[in-house]
Design a protein around this ligand. Sequence first.
Ligand code: IFM
Length: 458
Amino acid sequence: MSASVARSTPPERHFSDSFTWGVSTAAYQIEGAFDQGGRGPSIWDVFSHTPGKTARGDNGDVACDHYNRWREDLELLRELGIGAYRFSVAWPRWSPAGNGRVNPEGCEFYDRLVDGLLDIGVAPWLCLYHWDLPQALQERGGWADRDVVERFSDHAASVMAVLGDRVEHVALLNEPNVVGLLGHLLGLHAPGLSDLDAYAAATHHLNLATGKTLDRLRREGRGWALGTILNLQPVLAQGDSEDDAAAAALLDAVWNGNHLDPLVSGRYPAATEALLERFVREGDLESVKRPLDWFGLNLYSQLRVAADPSSLVGLRLVEPPEEAETTAMGWEVAPEALSRQLKEAQARLGEVPIVVTENGAAYRDRPGPDLEVDDLRRTNYLERHVREVLSAREAGVDVRGYFVWSLLDNFEWHEGYARRFGLVYVDYPTQRRVPKRSFRWYQQLVRSGVIPRSEDVA
Ligand code: IFM
């Protein structure tokens, strides 16, 4: 064999062809067109239009204008070469008042999007709720009102009646823990409440909606792969004291346990049971404990916590150590958290396959003269996290896919547009899209199944 042939032997693949590579987005963060096509107002329209709620008063009115530019965005997906695209259906675009009355233009938009994805060979992964509750439902109590469980289940059935002939993978809720905590207790996200009862009620109703809707969609017998998505993070105690350990256990119960525990064991964590049980009716928890066809894990970082008797809840979040690398969100870069969380989730879920439905990093990207972005730090973040996926697989975790958050820079909720997560830079004034280094890195990974070194991709 000649030396040139020997040199051209491709490196051994890290991932086989059956592994799903994707990117994730969410309706409110990219669509814009808030008053186009019969869309109704969502809680995020109201929240982001309330002075002082978002950085610089940013809102999703225009966002990436994806509603009008989706064809161009599909071209990016094609160029990227991924097998799957996770997007969410905006409930107020589908049913403006959230009462089941369907908006034909909204339906048509998603109908065309799904067809467009299939035309380019990309599997649509549909998420039924990514935080944009119709404002009309909020006015009736939103997630804190038990009636929302039925409304969500009707909505899910309505969406799947139209799109379910072409969509196989369906995620029910995206990150209910963030909806509960940031939206109902910390007041940082829509609907902007800081109310312990509202938090407890919303937490339980989000869980109940998951269980009841799983049953409802399963009863249709259409063979959909039904899953749901949690944002989980390892919680580290700051010191060795018992108090710090107790603080970590409490935060773990609140952040990770309040949604994962009832799903897998039909119980709330001991630490939060008393708070939540006021909203639990007979039979509820049996309806929440459901086997999933797949579980979606969103992971970005890990949390550090210390006991703090002066705080209302007895604990405080601790900043990452000075030497730690952080992203523009202030989140610690801790790739090992991903393999750790994958192993823990698998141990809790049993045989359920896991998909990393979000992972990515925000930086304040500085574009060059032609708007090109050399985002080596993001590329490196992704490389290190994908290596952790590989190591979790080697350790026996059944990880079937990985989705980068996100395809495009977009509206990062109360942080607005300055925090960029995209593989593609969006110049908001012109809406020009420019793929970054991380895009090309991901493209190579997807094509070859081999993890490229971030420095090797220009
Ligand atoms: O942008 C969000 C997304 O909507 C939900 N998961 C976390 C991302 C980054 O904060």
